[in-house]
Design a protein around this ligand. Sequence first.
Ligand code: SF4
Length: 125
Amino acid sequence: MREQEIICTICPAGCHIQVSGQGQDIKSIEGYSCPRGKEYAENEFLCPVRTLTTTVKVDGAEEPLLAVRTAKPIPKSKLFECMDIIRKERFRVPIEQYQVLIKDLAGTGIDLIACSERKGDPYDI
Ligand code: SF4
C-alpha cells in the first residue's frame, strides 16, 4: 500500500490531502475541501503531470535563447527524457509565437511550442 500527502495547488488554501492506494486503485482519500481538490489529488497520485517550461538555443537571433513550453502538461515521469531531447536541438529564426518546435515530444503526444516569436538578428547576413 502506498501512502502520499499531496498539497493541493488549485487555490491558496493549500489543503493537505492524504491519499493511499495500490497501483491504479485508490483506497482512501482525505483532507480535501472541494471536488476540484479531490480530482487534483487523485490525478497527482495516479499520474502526476507538469507543464515543462525551459529555453532552447536559436541560431540567427540577437538573443540566443528562446522560452518554450509543452502545449499541455506531460507525465512527470517523462520530464528528464524530454529535457534530454530538447537540450540537443537547435532552432533557426524566424519563429512564430506558439509555433510547434518539436512534435510529439518523447512520444507523449504533446508538442513543444515557442512562448513568443523570435525574429532574425538584423545584422546577421
Ligand atoms: S481542496 Fe479545494 S479548497 Fe483545498 S486547496 Fe484544493 S481547491 Fe482549494
